[in-house]
Design a protein around this ligand. Structure first.
Ligand SMILES: *[C@@H]1O[C@H](CO)[C@@H](O)[C@H](O)[C@H]1NC(C)=O
Ligand SMILES: *[C@@H]1O[C@H](CO)[C@@H](O)[C@H](O)[C@H]1NC(C)=O
Ligand SMILES: *[C@@H]1O[C@H](CO)[C@@H](O)[C@H](O)[C@H]1NC(C)=O
Ligand SMILES: *[C@@H]1O[C@H](CO)[C@@H](O)[C@H](O)[C@H]1NC(C)=O
Length: 243
């Protein structure tokens, strides 16, 4: 009987370890905290504060990539309203690959709403009198950055050139396409401590890369491992109660 209990705990911890590992990038940083307060579309203040609870996220914005932000986030509704306008202005461009568009949403939603904002949105230049943020380091996990770059690489810009022909790697792509923001200049930094999230492959008319396929299957296996974990946890609780 004792052996059974030991065995159950062993299985339990083994599955727990598996679960944590299968979460891959998560949690990139479990320290909650916000680093920028968005006054309006052009003014963002350098400010450290805890995330808000029960945030009303504008519909059709961050729910797809981050439904959990409605429970806790560093953004207010007016910011997700602004984000909607901002992304919609380039929706036809990024929407050539639905996966690319989804990843762009995840990128911007994370930057303004993630409750772990201060771990990857780091103001580097601030106006002393007003505390207005002028420059920011946006730290991205290299896997997320690479996945987003690949999912957008076959998109054709107005001059008919693809993103991959204009930008040979993620560094030039991010700094070329996303660094000029109406609120502040962004310097993209790639580090495993940075923002991370699931990547949706391009799945447009163009070919999808092997690594994009890999990330889909790993996302699927992540979910199935999660269910096995829940089932085993339930099973062991039942057994322990039984003893
Ligand atoms: C944005 O907020 C700043 C600081 O509160 C203010 O000075 C500025 O006038 C505002 N801009 C707009 C367009 O509301
Ligand atoms: C739209 O994409 C272009 C690059 O193709 C970029 O220069 C511009 O800042 C983007 N605008 C928005 C709102 O994302
Ligand atoms: C998480 O981010 C916070 C805030 O930037 C930082 O102080 C802390 O050291 C980070 N923790 C880890 C484990 O990276
Ligand atoms: C990534 O960030 C950590 C923590 O800030 C730092 O110690 C490390 O040197 C960084 N790695 C790279 C490659 O910049």
């Amino acid at each position: 009987m004792n052996l059974n209990i030991i065995l159950i705990f062993f299985i339990y911890f083994f599955c727990f370890t598996l679960l944590v590992k299968s979460q891959g990038p998560f949690p990139y940083n479990t320290t909650e905290g916000c680093s920028i307060f968005g006054n309006n579309a052009t003014f963002v203040k350098n400010s450290q504060f805890p995330p808000y609870n029960s945030v009303s996220i504008t519909s059709g914005t961050c729910q797809a990539s981050h439904p959990e932000y409605s429970q806790k986030a560093c953004c207010y509704t007016y910011q997700t309203n602004g984000l909607k306008t901002f992304i919609q202005s380039n929706e036809t461009l990024f929407g050539q690959c639905p996966g690319c568009l989804a990843n762009v949403w995840s990128l911007w939603c994370g930057s303004i709403c993630s409750p772990f904002q201060q771990s990857f949105m780091v103001p580097t230049e601030t106006i002393t009198q007003t505390l207005q943020v002028v420059k920011i380091d946006f730290i991205l996990h290299p896997d997320f950055a690479q996945g987003l770059y690949e999912s957008c690489s076959s998109i054709k810009t107005e001059n008919g050139k693809t993103f991959s022909s204009l930008y040979s790697d993620k560094q030039s792509f991010f700094n070329g396409v996303f660094s000029d923001n109406p609120q502040y200049k962004i310097n993209f930094v790639f580090n495993t401590t940075g923002y991370n999230s699931d990547i949706t492959p391009c799945s447009g008319p163009e070919k999808t890369t092997t690594s994009s396929t890999d990330s889909t299957s790993s996302a699927q296996s992540k979910h199935s491992i999660q269910y096995i974990f829940y089932a085993l946890a339930l099973f062991s609780v039942i057994l322990i109660i039984g003893f």
